[in-house]
Every structure is written in structure tokens, then in C-alpha cells.
Write a protein that binds this ligand. Structure first.
Ligand SMILES: Cc1cc2nc3c(=O)[nH]c(=O)nc-3n(C[C@H](O)[C@H](O)[C@H](O)COP(=O)(O)OP(=O)(O)OC[C@H]3O[C@@H](n4cnc5c(N)ncnc54)[C@H](O)[C@@H]3O)c2cc1C
Length: 407
């Protein structure tokens, strides 16, 4: 559904041919999230005229922080966003697992360092969107909030997009970066690929960080964890992940109280990080996110309309790489466009390059979640901690190498 209550109209798509479609000069990006804004800058830097629209009135977003590793930082460097990102980021050492009594379990590496860049930076969500919006505008893009596409009609020369503000515009290409509940994905594929429940949920809240917190720490409890992740400016976000069967309704007015209860249950009567857990009771800006996933195995394009980022491949946050994959998508696509290839050839090369990498990240993110949840009894938690010490470092080293490899 669009902001004015209308449904995106589906017109017959031109799926064949396309070979003759030249490189796009004018692109509409639907979705001013992390992926859409970075793609806008990437495209503008190679001379493409870019309009961005977003259904939201402003940059507000659930959740306060997210982490970006070397691969995401390298992609940002390619489009001139590394320095402003590092300026608002908090570089963190390897994350440390503790058991719920505060006993050290294992340090988990974020991989190797490249070119003097940190191998992981924690970023404020709102701050990053504000920075990326400003940079996209500086690069010449337009950004129009409170706006969506209500109709797209393709012909051999372009796509006519009717916007919710009543205007109608012509583009060479429309890219849906409109997140897990993408209306552009629905436009392309109907209800064939829809988000499914992974069974996991995440609670997140910003609170003040203790001075002693220099890196992320995860405390493993029964069937989930409580994480404390430092941000710049003396703040941190607390994240609680656990298995939640079904989809219970939680009263938003009681989110802080509920998050506190869940975190306390996870930690038992341990004193470890007790003051911080208690302060969740009065936390504001608490986000509750059921961890749904979607993966489109079919090429993410049909004619002059395509999807990228979470619209094509949303996964759980266990590898902390969903946003990095969205950023890589836009950067790789802009790079491939700098050839004499037709749009269709670029699209197919893009799919061949992106799909295997994204699928690996998608699979691992789910695998890691299920391993965490398989700790609901004292015996299972013992097995899990044993696994974390003895097996996880090798598994993490492998997936870190995958992430570090060329995107
Ligand atoms: C708990 C949690 C923790 C995470 N932690 C990390 C992490 O540490 N590192 C990491 O790399 N990733 C992380 N992720 C994943 C990351 O947040 C997503 O992968 C990333 O935000 C995807 O970017 P995107 O631009 O594709 O989509 P989104 O960020 O969802 O942006 C989509 C945009 O499209 C807009 N939109 C939606 N519908 C329409 C419409 N019809 N018309 C116009 N606009 C529309 C939305 O308003 C939004 O602005 C985490 C996710 C969760 C849930």
C-alpha cells in the first residue's frame, strides 16, 4: 500500500529483449535507506541523474546502531563516503562472548585489517542516514520524502512512474531499495517472494555506556543473548536476541519494561552488567523487530525495474552484514554501468556477481541464529559454549575471509 492508500499498479512488463537498452542516464531509486542513499551517490558520481523517493516523512528509523566491517567500508571508500563514516563511527576491537555470569568465553574476530581501515565500526543509524542524504544531495541527487511510486509502466524507451504526489516522470531505470516489505518486489513478482518469519526477534535500546566498555560484548543466556555494543559519544545500544515462536503482540507503550524482563530472564540472577540491564526499564526509543527474511533467487530485474538491498535479500542480523550487502549492491552496479554494455548485460553480470555472495551471507546469518537458539536448556547451553570456544573461531575465520573477498 502506498502513502495515499493506493496500490502500486502492475502493468505488463517487457521481460525479453532488453539487449538493446542502452546505459541509463536517469534513474529513480525508491527507498532512501542505507542502500538507496549509497547507490544514489555511487550512480551520481558516474554522471547518472538520480532522484530518490521515500515513503517516510524523515530519516527516523527503528534501532540506533549497526556495525560495518571492512568490506562495507571499502565499498564506501569507492564512493567517497569512508571519511564521513569514520567521523561518526566507533571502531571496535573483536567482540567478546561471556556466559551469563560474566565469565569470559571467547573473543570473536572481525577479520583482518586492510589499508589501515578499522575492521569494524559501530555507527548511529540516524547519523549515517543524515550523512548519506547530505552526500547524495551534494553529488547532485534529489531526495523527496513522503513520496512513493503508485504506478510504473514500461515501454521500449523507458519507464513512466506516477508518484503519490500526482506527478508523472520518465526514467531509464527504476531501482527498488525499499526494504524487506518492498512494493517494487511485489510489482515485479507479485506474492511469489514474501518475507517469512525466521522465529527470532531482536530488542534494541540506546543507553549510556559504562566507561569500561571498549568493544561489543555478548552475554549468552538460555536460548539467546544480551549484547552491549558501544557507539560514539559515550552511548551504547543493548541488543537482546532470542527465539519467539508465533508472533505475540507486545504493547509499544511497555516495550522498555518488556525488553528489561526478557534481558533479565536471559541473564538469570547474575550481577554482570546488572546496572545497565536495570536501566533498560526507563529506556526510550526501544525497538522490537521480528527477524523476517526474504531471498529472491530469480534475477532481480525485469526490463527497466529492479530491486536491490533488503528488497531482494533481507536476512537476520547475526553476521551484521545486511546493510553492507545493500551498500555493495549499489557500488557494484554503478561500477558495472561504466562499460559499453547494454543495461541488460549489466543487469545479468550484476546478478552473476552478487547472487552467490549474497546467498552465502544470507545462509550464514540464519545458520548462526539457529546455533544461538540451540541453547535453551542447561545441557544445550553447555554444548553451545563449548562450540563457541572450540569451533566458532574457525567458522568465523572462514566467513570473515568470504566477506573480505572481492564483492
Ligand atoms: C536488529 C537488526 C540489526 C542489524 N544490524 C546490522 C549490522 O550491524 N550491520 C549490517 O550491515 N546490517 C545490519 N542489519 C541489517 C540492515 O539494517 C539492513 O540490511 C539494511 O538496513 C538494508 O538496507 P536497505 O536500504 O536495503 O533497506 P532499508 O534500510 O529497510 O531501507 C528501505 C527504505 O525504503 C523506504 N520504503 C519502504 N517502502 C517504500 C515505498 N513503498 N516507497 C518508498 N519508500 C519506501 C523505507 O522508508 C526505508 O527508508 C540489521 C538489521 C536488524 C533488523
Amino acid at each position: 500500500m502506498t502513502s495515499n492508500g493506493r496500490r502500486l499498479v502492475v502493468h505488463r512488463l517487457q521481460t525479453s529483449g532488453g539487449v538493446e537498452m542502452p546505459r541509463p542516464n536517469k534513474v529513480l531509486i525508491v527507498g532512501a535507506g542505507i542502500g538507496g542513499l549509497c547507490a544514489a551517490t555511487a550512480l551520481a558520481r558516474i554522471g547518472v541523474e538520480v532522484d530518490v523517493i521515500d515513503i517516510k516523512p524523515d530519516n527516523s528509523v527503528p534501532g540506533v546502531g549497526w556495525g560495518l566491517r571492512t568490506n562495507g567500508l571499502r565499498a564506501l571508500r569507492e564512493i567517497g563516503l569512508l571519511e564521513p563514516t569514520l567521523a561518526i563511527g566507533f571502531p571496535t576491537p573483536p567482540l567478546t562472548y561471556f556466559d551469563r555470569n560474566g565469565h569470559h568465553v571467547v573473543d570473536i574476530s572481525y577479520g583482518r585489517q586492510f589499508d589501515g581501515m578499522p575492521n569494524n565500526v559501530q555507527l548511529p543509524r540516524l547519523g549515517f542516514l543524515e550523512m548519506a542524504s547530505a552526500r547524495a544531495l551534494e553529488a547532485g541527487c534529489t531526495i523527496q520524502m513522503s513520496t512513493t511510486a503508485v504506478d510504473i509502466e514500461q515501454d521500449s524507451d523507458g519507464a513512466t512512474v506516477e508518484l503519490s504526489d500526482g506527478s508523472s516522470r520518465r526514467y531509464d531505470l527504476v531501482i527498488g531499495f525499499d526494504g524487506i516489505n518492498s512494493s517494487i518486489r511485489r510489482y515485479l513478482f507479485g506474492e511469489k517472494y514474501v518475507p517469512v518469519r525466521s522465529g527470532g526477534v531482536a530488542w534494541r535500546a540506546p543507553i549510556r555506556a559504562p566507561d569500561t566498555l571498549k568493544g561489543a560484548i555478548f552475554c549468552h543466556g538460555f536460548g539467546g543473548k544480551v549484547g552491549f555494543v558501544p557507539l560514539a559519544g559515550g552511548m551504547m545500544y543493548v541488543i537482546v536476541t532470542h527465539h519467539e515462536p508465533g508472533r505475540p503482540r507486545h504493547d509499544p507503550a511497555a516495550f522498555a519494561e518488556t525488553m528489561h524482563r526478557v534481558a533479565r530472564e536471559m541473564m538469570g540472577d547474575s550481577d554482570f552488567m546488572s546496572a545497565e540491564i536495570d536501566s533498560l526499564r526507563t529506556a526510550t526509543n526501544v525497538a522490537y523487530t521480528p527477524l523476517d527474511t526474504v531471498l529472491v533467487p530469480y534475477p532481480w530485474h525485469r526490463g527497466r525495474v529492479m530491486i536491490m538491498g533488503d528488497a531482494a535479500h533481507a536476512t537476520t542480523p547475526y553476521l551484521g552484514s545486511g546493510a553492507a550487502m545493500a551498500i555493495e549492491d549499489g557500488v557494484v552496479f554503478a561500477k558495472l554501468l561504466q562499460s559499453d554494455d547494454s543495461l541488460y548485460d549489466v543487469q545479468t553480470k550484476f546478478m552473476a556477481r552478487r547472487y552467490p555472495r549474497v546467498k552465502t551471507v544470507w545462509d550464514w546469518s540464519l545458520k548462526m541464529m539457529h546455533e544461538e537458539f540451540d541453547s535453551a536448556t542447561p545441557e544445550a547451553l553447555d554444548r553451545r559454549l563449548h562450540y563457541l570456544v572450540n569451533e566458532e573461531p574457525a567458522a568465523i575465520d572462514y566467513i570473515n575471509r568470504v566477506l573480505e573477498s572481492d564483492y
